[in-house]
Design a protein around this ligand. Sequence first.
Ligand SMILES: [Zn+2]
Length: 253
Amino acid sequence: MIGHYWIGWIWAIVAAPFIGSFIGVLVQRLPAGMPVMFARSACPHCDRQLSPTDLVPVASWLASGGRCRYCATPLGLFYPGIEVAALGVAVWAAVALPDPVLIWAGCMLGWSLLGGAMVDSRHLMLPDILVLPLIPAGILLHGWLATDVWIDHLAGALIGFALFAVISLVYRRLRGREGLGLGDAKLLAAAGAWVGWVGLPSVVLFGAVFGLAMALVMRLTGRDVGRVTELPFGPALALAFWLVWLYGPLVPA
Ligand SMILES: [Zn+2]
């Protein structure tokens, strides 16, 4: 079965930069309500439609010196960055997981979380289309891997959603403004579907620690982070979700 394993992860690594490129399109277009499928990519500056040779991940960007081939506008690091990040997810999954099915499941999870975290950090919203499919996917995958525990994953999804939805509701009643969005509740539901209810406390704990660390870094780098600044919680929660799914929850000694 060694051959099987290698084929699984080599395909994931080959596909990753192209998926990253697609995630980049999602991040740019989902919040604006623009069509995602069947829309040709165009330079945001000169509107020239890009040809397939302009769309090879990372390589096209390097070949054109990071500029549009037609109008020479710098294209920024967004696309090559997200393509490299998607490749990083695939390599991480391939290193951490034992078999091709899990590696592919891990890639799908990691790529969805990467896209969700990117959209949240730019637009303070988590798109349903990236988060909600993770809920049935997590329950089905774990049900299929070990048929006796799928109920733990269903319970995880329900408890995860209920926990953040209640906090969100209470906060809004008390403070009169949004503290925790329903997007975060859906993401915690997805986390519960993947790590089971047993893993939820670890996801919430790590998410809170990463969220505070991110706020601290933003403050230290000179950004104004006050008591009412809206910070995206999605990226911190997504990272916690990923780590707990890969390495398991904290176990009390
Ligand atoms: Zn251009």
